[in-house]
Design a protein. Structure first.
Length: 204
């Protein structure tokens, strides 16, 4: 059974930014009052300081889906990913974002969601599905990155698991340890009791 094969390439979301003339703390505070978030674009010849709308960021940050970002900073367009986000410790408001410029010839590492597919026969017989990894660290060229990694549980019986090393993801490199368990089916309390009752009945 092949795991990890999916044909959905990663989508992009467009975000507009405005260059920052001042990059001090006072300026950053003023931006946040205006519902804007200070940001930096790394990976080019120089760092670019700019601001983006907090509302635009929400569509990218508060979702399990991973996207590339099509940045437009005062007419200068580039494709990037979000590299780091800082949140306010009390309000959880986004207070700063780091973007990384994409280079089509350089692989990047991103955390990609795991998508379970199919129905486990072990669950049908009373087992409990336990998903231990909801994201995998994937290294690949931008054009090869996918929006999800499919993991089939069609053959997953009670006591069995799918490990990182079981996945076949072609041009992608998974940097998680190969022995890490992604999903398993364990014996539920009800199933364990039923097995004990059956064993006790057989002894009579």
């Amino acid at each position: 059974m092949d795991h990890g094969l999916t044909n959905k390439q990663m989508k992009s979301i467009a975000i507009s930014g405005s260059p920052r003339e001042n990059v001090g703390k006072r300026d950053a505070k003023e931006l946040r009052y205006q519902a804007l978030v200070p940001a930096v674009l790394y990976g080019g010849p120089t760092q670019t300081h700019f601001s983006v709308s907090a509302a635009d960021l929400k569509a990218v940050v508060y979702t399990p889906v991973v996207h590339f970002i099509d940045l437009n900073i005062a007419g200068v367009k580039s494709q990037a990913i979000i590299k780091d986000i800082q949140f306010h410790p009390l309000t959880e408001q986004i207070i700063h974002v780091d973007f990384l410029l994409l280079d089509e010839k350089k692989p990047i590492t991103m955390e990609i969601p795991v998508k379970l597919t199919g129905t486990s026969p072990g669950v049908k017989t009373g087992g409990k599905l336990v998903q231990k990894l909801r994201k995998l660290r994937i290294k690949a060229l931008p054009k090869d990155h996918l929006d999800a990694i499919d993991v089939s549980i069609e053959t997953l019986e009670v006591g069995k698991s799918v490990k990182v090393g079981d996945l076949n993801v072609n041009k992608l490199i998974i940097t998680n340890a190969k022995e890490d368990t992604i999903v398993s089916v364990t014996t539920s309390r009800a199933l364990r009791q039923a097995e004990q009752d059956a064993a006790a009945a057989a002894k009579k």
